[in-house]
Design a protein around this ligand. Structure first.
Ligand SMILES: [Zn+2]
Length: 91
């Protein structure tokens, strides 16, 4: 398993905070990502939805927030979000 940290940058004017509506642990906030297959390198055509509220059971053990097969090589990949993630604004 590989862990990634999501960094977002933005130029803010007259704002002191930047986070998803409902807070950074909002289970109903949906993120959209373009995903790259670690096996063949294929990148998804469209953005894929990921949210904390969608939990899918894994075959072995536990859950994932997204389970998706690569359209090119058919390898299955999963995304699991850490609910402790934080989005911070830097000026
Ligand atoms: Zn692939």
């Amino acid at each position: 398993m590989v862990n990634f940290m999501l960094y977002i940058t933005a130029e803010l004017e007259n704002l002191t905070n930047f986070q998803p509506k409902g807070g950074d642990d909002d289970p109903n906030f949906t993120y959209y990502f373009k995903l790259k297959c670690e096996n063949c390198g294929e990148v998804t055509d469209k953005e894929t939805r990921v949210s904390l509220s969608e939990e899918l059971p894994l075959v072995k053990k536990g859950t994932a927030n997204l389970i998706q097969k690569c359209k090119f090589c058919k390898r299955e990949g999963t995304v699991t979000c850490d609910p402790g993630w934080r989005l911070s604004a830097y000026s």
